[in-house]
Design a protein around this ligand. Structure first.
Ligand code: HEM
Length: 361
């Protein structure tokens, strides 16, 4: 009787491990995954326990040199995850095989922070060669940027792998433009499996960082193609913006997205929106876009910073779990700007075709 119980228990344990390994093939490097993303906060516990420390120490130096870099790195996570999932596709440079997302309209002359990601990745490679993906490097850098700016900390699921390709067309399609209506913003987020709470909470990332005049100029001079300003802009704020952004020229001049505490991650963003002082159209319409659920959230976050932080953490984890590559999908890039698989196949091609290694002109 006792021995049959032992056998039964052994069968149960064995079948549990078998089904776990079938559910997460190749996921043997870290601790067990949480949720259904296949990611786990303990993923690097054995293979690179110092990964986060490395990211934080490099970021501290980078932020001391330039405050804005924290905002730029946080934005990288958004622009990565909204285009074929959080797979570091945004980091790939143009090559013969890759059309870089860096040249998509929402990214060109705008997205930044690649040199700091390179520096972090080089340090990770030195400490734990070929272990930490570029996609996780972005996610770790985004969390550290938030925390170092005074924002909330979250347990970050890890174990993403890197894509072998980028998708510039999808970047143009999936990244919302700053002049989008509220209805369209909701649709852009829905496409990623994100809801209205995620939209309002994640827009709070605009509590840090800068925007170029070109991103909000339409509001000053031609909001409805009528040569008039956006009537929802508070008057004094309008004049301040117009002094930085003239009707013609100055497109690359910068304004803080949130001017009260532009490098502190707090809830001032929502307080300003209630006063008609949101910078982008996409910021202000959260309040003026006539969606009572969304407007209520803006008011609640303006009144209660802890609630904002609580929702922000849930939403950024959710966004960070978008279609990750796990198991044997994708790869771990050594250099985040290039897919090593494509580099290897190009090398092989060149070796196969005599004389092709040195192109004439
Ligand atoms: C709701 C839709 C969103 C739109 C339409 C939008 C649009 C923009 C635009 C136009 C800029 C300024 C770019 C420039 O002028 O060069 C910007 C900056 C920024 N965005 Fe968003 N964004 C959105 C959501 C998000 C989300 C979800 C995050 C992060 C999770 C985010 C993080 C940031 C940050 C931190 C900056 C400042 C970057 C810097 O200073 O380098 N944004 N965004």
């Amino acid at each position: 009787m006792a021995s049959s119980k032992i056998i039964l228990t052994a069968i149960c344990i064995a079948s549990f491990y078998l089904s776990a390994s079938l559910a997460f093939p190749g996921h043997h490097e870290g601790a067990y995954p949480v949720g259904n993303s296949g990611l786990s906060p303990d993923y690097y516990r054995h293979t690179c326990p110092q990964a986060d420390e490395i990211v934080v120490s490099i970021l501290k130096k980078a932020i001391a040199k330039e405050q804005r870099i924290a905002a730029s790195l946080l934005r990288l996570l958004f622009h990565d995850c909204f285009v074929q999932g959080c797979d570091a596709s945004v980091l790939l440079d143009d090559t013969e095989e890759v059309v870089s997302e860096k040249n998509a309209i929402p990214n060109k002359n705008s997205i930044r922070g690649f040199e700091v990601i390179d520096e972090i990745k080089a340090a990770l490679e030195e400490a734990c060669p070929h272990r930490v993906s570029c996609a996780d490097t972005i996610a770790l850098a985004a969390r550290a940027s938030t925390v170092l700016s005074g924002g909330p900390y979250w347990e970050l699921p890890l174990g993403r792998r890197d894509s072998k390709t980028a998708n510039m067309k999808l970047a143009n399609k999936n990244l919302p433009p700053p002049n989008a209506t509220l209805h369209r913003l909701v649709k852009f987020f829905q496409r990623q499996g994100l809801d209205k709470v995620d939209l309002v909470a994640l827009s709070g990332s605009h509590t840090i960082g800068m925007a170029r005049c070109v991103s909000f100029k339409q509001r000053l001079y031609n909001q409805h193609r009528d040569n008039k300003p956006d009537i929802t802009l508070e008057k004094g704020f309008y004049y301040t913006l117009a002094s930085t952004c003239p009707r013609t020229g100055g497109d690359n001049n910068l304004r803080p997205l949130e001017f009260v505490s532009p490098s502190k991650f707090d809830n001032s963003y929502y307080k300003l929106i209630l006063e008609g002082k949101g910078l982008l159209n996409s910021d202000q319409v959260l309040w003026t876009g006539r969606d009572p659920e969304i407007a209520d959230l803006v008011r609640s976050y303006a009144e209660n910073e802890s609630l904002f932080f609580e929702h922000y953490v849930n939403s950024i984890i959710k966004m960070g779990n978008t279609s990750p590559l796990v198991g044997s999908n994708g790869e771990i890039r050594k250099n985040c700007r290039r897919s090593s698989i494509l580099t290897a196949s190009r090398k092989a091609d060149k070796m196969a075709i005599p004389g092709s290694a040195s192109k004439p002109y």
